[in-house]
Ligand binder design. Sequence first.
Ligand code: SF4
Length: 361
Amino acid sequence: MNTTRHNWTKEEIIALYKKPMMDLLYEAATIHRVNHDPNVVQVSTLLSIKTGGCPEDCGYCPQAARYHTKISTNELMSVDEVKAQALSAKLSGSSRVCMGAAWRNVKDGPDFEQVLEMVRTINKLDMEVCCTLGMITENQAHRLAEAGLYAYNHNLDSSEEYYKEVISTRGYEDRLETIANVRKTNVTVCSGGIIGMGESVEDRVGMLVALASLNPQPESVPINALVTVEGTPLENEKPVEIWDMIRMVATTRIVMPDTQVRLSAGRTQMTREGQAMCFFAGANSIFAGDKLLTTPNPDVNEDMKMFEMLGLRPQKPFIKKMQPETIEAEDSVYQPLGEKPKWTRPGHKIEKNIEASASKK
Ligand code: SF4
């Protein structure tokens, strides 16, 4: 029941995903209860520390500079601004702050030094700190670890096959490389994906095979439902059915019993009953705050009302893993090497992405 397997086959996971709903829920909820307290949910706050202007072409993302969306862009936030927002997130019950920057990759230099200072500052507030900054090298991962980073997020998004239908500016192996670099440190891995991008059940399952095969499996797996944004190539995709979300959460819970399964983007389209079903199926983390980078998210007070109604408690920080120590910049072993990660440039063409870049809405 609580043995973690890394050799799941696609066929086995498809069979799970397609089980009658009541059987799937029962199996997932049973595994969830063996491995986690079913009444505790970890709450993270996502801060967009640098918004928009990204050179990548992810078909779902309003922050890609090439698409014509109405988001307001902002340069890197100051350490003081981030500290103020982290304190307010802590007061509202968040145990983790996840900082997202719309970068293809980290470049050594003043901006990265500023992010490292943000990590040190938030860790000293006794909150878990997560970053999602794009591709990173092994040395950059060590520098983040020394600063006190608790988790690094780098999503696989979908199956390797479907990834090519959504993004052409980098390859799946680049994602795996960054995850491998994070694994060379004591920073935990957060990696998941998005459903509702036009992918098949096989693609959803293909992503789960890739994540479950990682050894160790990611400590946290966000499951996002696509939030369509006008101007992006995926603006016309149909909303994800709640039953698809529940199936995806339950299947993730079964194949990754120890991981925290995070109900991420798309919660504004779900009823409380739908979210409750997801918690029952094994989701045990959410993002709080009225925005998820650039897309809407339920108000934090609404979430707290839902927690009260369902008898859920927010998880305290550092329950799953000890708080990392913060090493000050002057005492660091790892110094900047003036590097940026190398990545493959598959360069294949995705018609939808090209059309969205060219259209002048
Ligand atoms: S998802 Fe990240 S990498 Fe892709 S375009 Fe958006 S900000 Fe850039």
